[in-house]
Design a protein around this ligand. Sequence first.
Ligand SMILES: Cc1ncc(COP(=O)(O)O)c(C=O)c1O
Length: 464
Amino acid sequence: MSSSPATTELAPPGVLGLIGSTPLVEITRIDTGVCRLFVKLESQNPTGSIKDRIALAMIEAAERDGRLQPGGTIIEATAGNTGLGLALVARAKGYKIILVIPDKMAQEKVFHLKALGADCRITRSDVGKGHPEYYQDIAARLATEIPGSFYVNQFCNPDNPTAHERSTGPEIFEQMGGEVDAVVCGVGSGGTLSGLGRYFAKAAPDCEMVLADPEGSILAPYINTGKMGEAGSWAVEGIGEDFVPDICDLSLARRAYAISDRESFQVGRELLLKEGLLGGSSSGTLMAAALRYCRAQTTPKRVVTFLCDSGNKYLSKMYNDFWMVEQGFLDRPRHDDLRDVISRRHDAGEVVTVGPEDTLLTAFKRMRLADISQVPVLGPQGEVQGILDESDVLLRVHNAPERYRDAVRTAMTDKIQTVTPNASLQDLMEIFDRGFVAIVCDGGQFLGLITRTDLLAYLRRKMG
Ligand SMILES: Cc1ncc(COP(=O)(O)O)c(C=O)c1O
């Protein structure tokens, strides 16, 4: 396996020397047809993504030609991973860094960025190019206002694809013993596709570049039909575009697969279950496209794809069953009654509850841990005795914090609103209007709670 550093002849000191030289692993437990499929674990880079490579390359190129001077400020518009790579390199080299981030990005990434000392400016993700609040336009504007700043602009920066042409491509070629028939990758900025496409056009001219794209992105339809359609929306992070970035040479991709969010998340989860590989949401998209490609072949091929980032950043999303069900990506058995509206079912052990003799502190800690604002209070037979919400606790402790030690029964509301599974949505609305949550019981058996949020999420799933 290669151990060459990502961009320079001599490995940079410290953590920056760990960028690149990522391992390659073969898929062994998922059906790859007549092909052999290998995954390059870009999640092993120091901040957990492929973007560490371009961060180092773009900053070092700017240092070399004087666009970035000591004491300067690095500015970038980023969906997260590039920001993490840049923040790491900026920190290691002593630069300030400002990142403009669209608000749909995973909280975990933003926490990571802030902990790395980055100045994060969160902006709207629902506006496009040309809008004053579009993240790339804000970054460009800041770069004109702040003296000594270097606007990285990964979408137009030629050092981005060059990083892949010089490091990722040669590593793959060496790890594959010089035999690579296809590379499946996604496009965010187009750096990976363009850099690898250029490298393999020389190193292995028969190697096919294959695009894995989220449904809703304009890129796959453009490659497959030559037509530039209207962009939709998608939940997978880091790939898919509503425009073709300057550095992205789509002519290098011979074919493209559009993959739904649902398939991406399901294949990503399968990758963890069967192969033990914890990838981010785009890893599911890339893997799904790679599997379609592999299974469509009639002659054996050696195919490479990527885990572009680590699934650690998405544990509360695609690896969280509640999120998957709420978003409509995971199905549960349907009952065609109010049971379908309950997000957390008591019979499946999913409901956080307290007992009447538990302390208010215990109840409060449970609510915080599960990020909920009320808990049902269950008696010894599992019967609902009441409900406790944050205002009940507050009322009790606001001028006597020691009352956190009091029993839940002293503060709970016992006026509860119980419905059977065959009650109507109108019944729910009336309960909400009176300021309560609905408690669903069937023959005395507690099934779960329904709040306004649960009903909203249910109606959104029904929208299709
Ligand atoms: C999370 C993530 N970021 C970025 C990329 C590639 O981005 P770019 O086109 O900017 O090289 C991928 C590609 O699969 C990805 O999965």
